[in-house]
Design a protein around this ligand. Structure first.
Ligand code: NAD
Length: 395
């Protein structure tokens, strides 16, 4: 049975089919662990009343080996039909005309939000003094900005044409070394900004979170980053006037460089963060590092209008660890928690979070984390999965 979106609400059937991509490299190890842990959480939470049937989709090396195609057409089509899915990391093919399989999937389904929640788990080593103060959810715009890949290499005909257009038609005089410049274009639209900020506000309201902060560089890039901020405020005033008046919603903004200072000095000031693509890239990794979680940070790519969502491990295929039973499955597991919450299966999600909290507090983790924990006990990927399953069974 498929997930659907009815009157703006995600509807999850009791016995639901969830498509998944196993992933390359360590994906082959962490994805089965994630499925076993999720299955156990669903059994413990709901008895047999709810269940997941996993539907494998091909992408990456496995797809290339069996079909000769890195991303068979059926894969995005199945995500389109089933609405919600999850994926392990994929190798970026070198050459072959595909920039990145992840980018291709995001574009195909117009997954305009890159969602990155960041919190600290007690027991996990962190480079900052008070990691418990970091508790944020980043909404990174996923389809626009300098990331759209509209750029031209120095010395090409296209770069020369663009230069001519800029100087002859638009009277641009401030290109310091015109003949040797490469060029990139940064599109930022009103619709694109509004749908991102709307998603962030809805999330804050739904989760009773104290504020939404628009992070931007509008002091310098006035018409792109500055407009993002202005459109964000205007949207809030237009669509959420009541919530603003009653104090249920607080909207504020901060310039990106100040934000990167402030997250080190007073991270407790921020809760939900909405930002453009490139800022969001830097911010989410920087925050993840602050909680010691760069390797365990969860993520999702979502279109809140159609309901399409793909949850994913945020790290890569870790070829240096593949096949060694050493990879940490936590990023994918925490992404499965986000997925279960998105489906409305909060009880199962909470069981997985609690199992991870208990494990980390007891110093039980894979080697990448355990080696920095006082008294930490390094477990293999499989053994860590078994440890979590036994904790969930004990509830
Ligand atoms: P990577 O994330 O695979 O590895 C970076 C470092 O982090 C390595 O030292 C690795 O051992 C460690 N690491 C990563 N995941 C880990 C885990 N689960 N447990 C323990 N340690 C872990 O990044 P990379 O080496 O730059 O990329 C390798 C491949 O992955 C490339 O083909 C790249 O394009 C691809 N990639 C895919 C995604 C994705 O599918 N979302 C994201 C990033 C990179």
């Amino acid at each position: 049975m498929k997930v659907s979106k009815v009157n703006g609400q995600i509807q999850t059937p009791a016995h639901v089919t969830i498509p998944f991509i196993e992933g390359d490299g360590v994906g082959r190890e962490i994805t089965p662990i994630m499925q076993q842990v999720v299955d156990q959480a669903v059994v413990t939470a709901y008895g047999g009343v709810r269940s997941i049937e996993w539907l494998e989709l091909l992408a990456g090396e496995k797809a290339f080996r069996t079909t000769g195609n890195w991303l068979p057409e059926e894969t995005p089509e199945a995500f389109r039909q089933y609405l919600v899915g999850i994926k392990g990391p994929l190798t970026t093919p070198v050459g072959g005309g595909i920039r990145s399989l992840n980018v291709a999937l995001r574009q195909e389904l117009d997954l305009y939000v890159c969602l990155r929640p960041v919190r600290w788990f007690k027991g996990v080593a962190s480079p900052v003094k008070e990691p418990q103060k970091v508790d944020m959810v980043i909404f990174r715009e996923n389809t626009e900005d300098i990331y759209a890949g509209i750029e031209w290499q120095q010395g090409t005909d296209e770069a020369r044409k663009l230069l001519h257009f800029l100087t002859a038609e638009l009277n641009v005089t401030r290109i310091r070394f015109p003949q040797t410049s490469s060029f990139g274009i940064k599109p930022v639209s009103e619709e694109g900004s509004e749908r991102l900020v709307r998603a962030a506000i809805e999330y804050a309201l739904h989760h009773n979170l104290p504020s939404v902060t628009l992070v931007h560089k509008g002091n310098i890039m006035k018409y792109t980053e500055g407009s993002f901020k202005n459109w964000g405020y205007a949207l809030a005033e237009r669509e959420y006037a009541e919530e603003l008046r009653s104090g249920r919603l607080t909207i504020k903004d901060v310039i990106a460089d100040a934000f990167l200072q402030n997250i080190l000095l007073k991270p407790e000031d921020y809760s939900v963060v909405a930002t453009l693509n490139l800022n969001g890239d830097y911010i989410s990794d920087s925050l993840a590092a602050m909680v010691g979680g760069i390797g365990i940070a969860p993520g999702a790519n979502i279109n809140y209008e159609t309901g399409h969502a793909i949850f994913e491990a945020t790290h890569g295929t870790a070829p240096n660890l593949a096949g060694e039973n050493r990879a940490n499955p936590s990023s994918l597991l925490l992404s499965s928690v986000l997925m279960l919450e998105y489906l409305g299966w909060n009880e199962a999600a909470a069981l997985i979070t609690a199992a991870l909290e208990n494990a980390f507090r007891a110093g039980e983790a894979t080697n990448d984390l355990a080696r920095f924990m006082p008294g930490g006990r390094s477990l293999g990927t499989k053994e860590f999965g078994e440890c979590l399953i036994s904790k969930i069974k004990q509830v």
